[in-house]
Design a protein around this ligand. Structure first.
Ligand code: HEM
Ligand SMILES: *[C@@H]1O[C@H](CO)[C@@H](O)[C@H](O)[C@H]1NC(C)=O
Ligand SMILES: *[C@@H]1O[C@H](CO)[C@@H](O)[C@H](O)[C@H]1NC(C)=O
Ligand SMILES: *[C@@H]1O[C@H](CO)[C@@H](O)[C@H](O)[C@H]1NC(C)=O
Length: 465
């Protein structure tokens, strides 16, 4: 028989490929056996091929401002760990505290935020919020000292909280507007995925530039300040006393200007809208609950109209319950996710009962709706949908990984203590200043969902002295 050599080569290549996929298949099967995995079978897809029903459901929910409510309802009906097919990819959705602990902490190194880098890069560059591995660890080390207790405990800065952004000059594109638009563009880029190669948003490019230039001025100033300080210290041979300023601290630890700028933008993105949204959500709900305001008034009375010190603030337990309860009912980072970078396992969610370990193939996104988990009645009781600060009293509630407004594990929010201090301080001072808080909004709380979630109608309230 006269075989064409090209044909033989082709056959060999095909055999080789088949061998590789067979090896991969056997390897996967062994891995699944070894970990006692069952596949995740629970789903809410009716169209199992492209998941078009999910897509149309999602679009409807976006229009109705009910994405989070729908997520909670789907879990309530179908279970705590689900698979969902969206066009070409299958994702796993879970609101199981044990699973989230596994992703964020126990098997941290099996997952990445790699999918976050590209959509965020045009605004943030590379920094603590959107990198992984060594770059992230370096960012974290650079920033962490600025959030130590002694840095947070100085409350005098909070008393003059306004930075005058409402007084901005008319006409020119201000930083706040640019930052707003740039964030919206991040969401668009996340949704477009590979289509970004052909998609261009010139306004977003302009806004990114405005933001970076705005921050650049602070970088230059910080680097100058750090240089003159280290010169002074060389002369006097001792550390000079100085006010702690975040940008100056960064500049004292690195002189790489681009790095400082990127980290400043990263921290600004992580810390600005989150705290603002928490306060708006909190006041929205409090305005509809005069009895809670009364209880707050009673508690804060011990301060006799002085602004609280850090320790006094931490002693205001009912204030703490209110802040925690707001972050439970309306977690401002309401959904999140990680991508598996190797084959791995979740402890729960496999099999028809969802009680076996679940296999997570490399490349799968595991997403979680904190919003939905925070409304699980088996964790919070039958009144989980209600705003009831008292549920936090006496340490009766120990939700652990079932309460996750700030995430957990090595990437836990670095600003947690700072944000809680700031929010409690604002609440405490408002309670001191105003006898009553009245709602000026007859409607229910509705979502305005972007990277974070805030109240769609803001917090329209009346304040009575
Ligand atoms: C109520 C206010 C806040 C909430 C609810 C909140 C929540 C979160 C959450 C859920 C994450 C994890 C994101 C993820 O891994 O996908 C996070 C990360 C982060 N937060 Fe916050 N945050 C708040 C305020 C702040 C503030 C005030 C700052 C700084 C001034 C800050 C700085 C950061 C940083 C730098 C990260 C990234 C940490 C890392 O990846 O290592 N946050 N925050
Ligand atoms: C309130 O939540 C924070 C974390 O956000 C937690 O450290 C604290 O223990 C909670 N307070 C109570 C009373 O459970
Ligand atoms: C996940 O982490 C646990 C505890 O650190 C470890 O025992 C287990 O082997 C890890 N699982 C995988 C699939 O890597
Ligand atoms: C939703 O919030 C964004 C800011 O995150 C704001 O620009 C927009 O106007 C809000 N939309 C509504 C309908 O309130």
């Amino acid at each position: 028989m006269d075989l064409n050599p090209k044909l033989i080569l082709l056959l060999l290549a095909a055999l080789g490929l088949a061998g590789i996929s067979l090896r991969r298949y056997l390897h996967t099967r062994q891995f699944i056996r070894r970990h006692n995995c069952q596949p995740v079978t629970r789903t809410f897809n009716k169209d199992p091929f492209l998941g078009l029903d999910i897509l149309s459901g999602t679009i409807r929910a976006i229009k109705d401002h009910q994405v989070l409510q729908r997520g909670a309802a789907l879990h309530h009906i179908h279970g705590n760990t689900l698979k969902a097919k969206e066009l070409t990819s299958t994702i796993i959705l879970t609101i199981e505290p044990e699973n989230i602990k596994t992703i964020l902490s126990l098997n941290f190194t099996d997952y990445s935020l790699g999918h976050r880098l590209e959509p965020f890069r045009p605004l943030l560059g590379e920094g603590i919020f959107n990198t992984d591995g060594a770059h992230w660890a370096e960012s974290r080390a650079l920033i962490r000292p600025s959030f130590a207790r002694d840095q947070i405990a100085d409350l005098t800065l909070l008393e003059a909280l306004s930075i005058g952004t409402l007084k901005k000059s008319q006409g020119e594109l201000g930083f706040a507007d640019a930052f707003q638009y740039s964030q919206q563009a991040i969401l668009t880029r996340s949704l477009l995925g590979p289509l970004n190669a052909v998609y261009r948003d010139r306004k977003a490019e302009e806004c990114d530039r405005v933001c970076r230039e705005f921050v650049q001025e602070f970088v230059e100033e910080a680097v100058r300040a750090a240089e003159s300080r280290s010169e002074k210290e060389k002369e006097t041979g001792s550390e000079t006393k100085h006010k702690r300023i975040f940008s100056h601290e960064l500049a004292s630890r690195t002189s790489a200007k681009e790095r400082i700028r990127n980290e400043l933008l990263n921290v600004l993105l992580a810390g600005r809208d989150t705290t603002a949204s928490l306060l708006a959500n909190l006041f929205f709900v409090l305005a509809k609950n005069p009895a809670i305001w009364e209880k707050l008034r009673d508690e804060v009375a011990v301060l006799q109209n002085r602004p609280p010190t850090y320790d006094e603030l931490r002693g205001l337990k009912y204030v703490e319950y209110c802040v925690n309860e707001s972050l439970r009912l309306h977690p401002v980072v309401p959904r999140n996710g990680r991508k598996a970078i190797r084959d791995t396992v979740l402890p729960l969610g496999g099999g028809d009962d969802g009680l076996s370990p679940a296999f997570v193939p490399k490349g799968t996104v595991v997403a979680y709706y904190t919003y939905a988990m925070h409304r699980r009645t088996d964790i919070y009781g039958p009144d989980a949908e209600e705003f009831r600060p008292e549920r936090w009293a006496d340490g009766a509630l120990r939700p652990r990984w079932g309460y996750l407004p700030f995430n957990g594990g090595p990437r836990i929010c670095i600003g947690q203590r700072y944000a809680l201090t700031e929010a409690s301080y604002v609440l405490g001072r408002m309670v001191q200043e105003f006898r009553e808080l009245e709602s000026r909004d007859p409607g229910p709380w509705e979502e305005n969902l972007s990277l974070t979630v805030c109240s769609r109608n803001g917090a329209r309230v009346g304040l009575v002295r």
